[in-house]
Write a protein that binds this ligand. Structure first.
Ligand code: SAH
Length: 217
């Protein structure tokens, strides 16, 4: 067997193990598991950490940011999907582009906003490397959403806000779902459904995310 084929097999095995671990932790949505299995996470982490890419942990990205833990990505997208298509999706906090790549497997259209320009450039390069062309990346402050492309069927936020940003509520289509971490000290995952009678919030797991910041860098 060639060295390259060997590396390919190792990666396939470690990826399969990661999916098994997500299953054990309670992820049930097979489409979400398949989407995670389809994205080579090692491309998105720093080279020195590539050997840890398929561990179920958050890893540093530089700029005091982290690539989300696969379980959290899976959990949030499972909640977002609720067994349906993601439709038009908005992601706030694209980071290195990993979660955007997973979303692209399941959504009709993905818009992803990041406030740190060098990170956005990295996300752009990473998505190019894996040949992912379905993600529209934007530099900006995601608290204000993306009025030009609204409304969205699904919105996912990768950084914790003190309160749910009102602009994001406004840009959530009727029948749409949003999943985001909320809180400054203790944080929890919040699921917001935009129903005909109004917005319904369900507070879920305790989580730990980097803060949603104001302005751009
Ligand atoms: N989705 C990434 C997670 C990145 S961590 C992944 O797949 O791993 C969260 C990201 O949110 C950071 O890159 C941070 O810069 C970004 N962020 C924080 N506040 C923001 C804001 N107001 N607008 C856009 N991005 C923001």
């Amino acid at each position: 067997m060639s060295v390259l084929a060997g590396i390919g097999m190792t990666s396939a095995r470690t990826r399969a193990r990661m999916i098994e671990r997500l299953r054990e932790k309670g992820i049930r949505d097979e489409r979400v598991l398949a989407a995670i299995a389809a994205v080579p996470r090692h491309v998105f982490v720093e080279e020195a950490l590539a050997s840890r890419a398929y561990e179920d942990t958050a890893l540093p990205l530089g700029f005091a940011q982290t690539i989300s833990q696969p379980f959290i990505v899976a959990r949030m997208i499972e909640l977002l999907r609720a067994g349906r298509e993601l439709g038009r999706t908005l992601e706030i906090g694209a980071g290195c582009g990993y979660q955007a790549a997973v979303l692209a497997q399941l959504a009709g259209e993905v818009h992803a906003i990041e406030r740190i320009e060098p990170l956005l450039a990295r996300a752009r390069r990473n998505l190019e490397i894996i040949g992912e062309t379905r993600v529209h990346l934007l530099h900006g402050d995601g608290q204000f959403g993306l009025p030009a492309a609204a409304p969205f069927d699904t919105i996912i936020v990768a950084a914790a806000a003190a309160r749910v940003p009102p602009a994001l509520l406004q840009q959530l289509a009727c029948g749409g779902r949003m999943v985001l971490p909320v809180g400054t000290g203790d944080q929890y995952l919040s699921l917001i459904e935009h129903r005909a009678e109004g917005y319904v919030e369900t507070r879920l797991d305790a989580v730990r995310f980097v803060p949603l910041l104001t302005g751009v860098e």
